[in-house]
Design a protein around this ligand. Sequence first.
Ligand code: FES
Ligand code: FES
Length: 152
Amino acid sequence: MEMPLKLTVNGQPRRTYAPADALLIDVLRDRLGLTGAKYGCGMGECGACTVLLDGAAVYACLVLAVEAQDAEITTIEGLARNGTLDSVQEAFAAGGGVQCGFCTPGMILSARALLDANPHADEADIRRALSGNLCRCTGYDKIVKAVLAAKG
Ligand code: FES
Ligand code: FES
């Protein structure tokens, strides 16, 4: 049995239907067509599904969609403003922080949440904040350097 859902995603009200136990990652991807957040482990281990709830990075595979109804949800699709990439997106592109790209939306959103909370984050802060986002490709150094570059 499906129930109506009223979500706010990337500043827009979105209405859909889903089972009461539907996960946020599945609603975003399968009901709303927002496929930037990836489904990896499904167990809170890889961070590929990371989105922002009221500015905080969360694993969308561990959140029920119904629990997110009162929050402002930001996915990677909503990070650019008026056609201008977020500074973290710019820095990842410029600094080679992207290889296969599977981890990239989650990495960027975790980094954005960190820099919003702590604009003076240092390398240790960045590595700690990104420790829940796994990357099979980059070795992390270019990602960390990109986040350092993004804070200006
Ligand atoms: S898919 Fe959510 S943490 Fe891996
Ligand atoms: S760029 Fe491939 S998993 Fe990170």
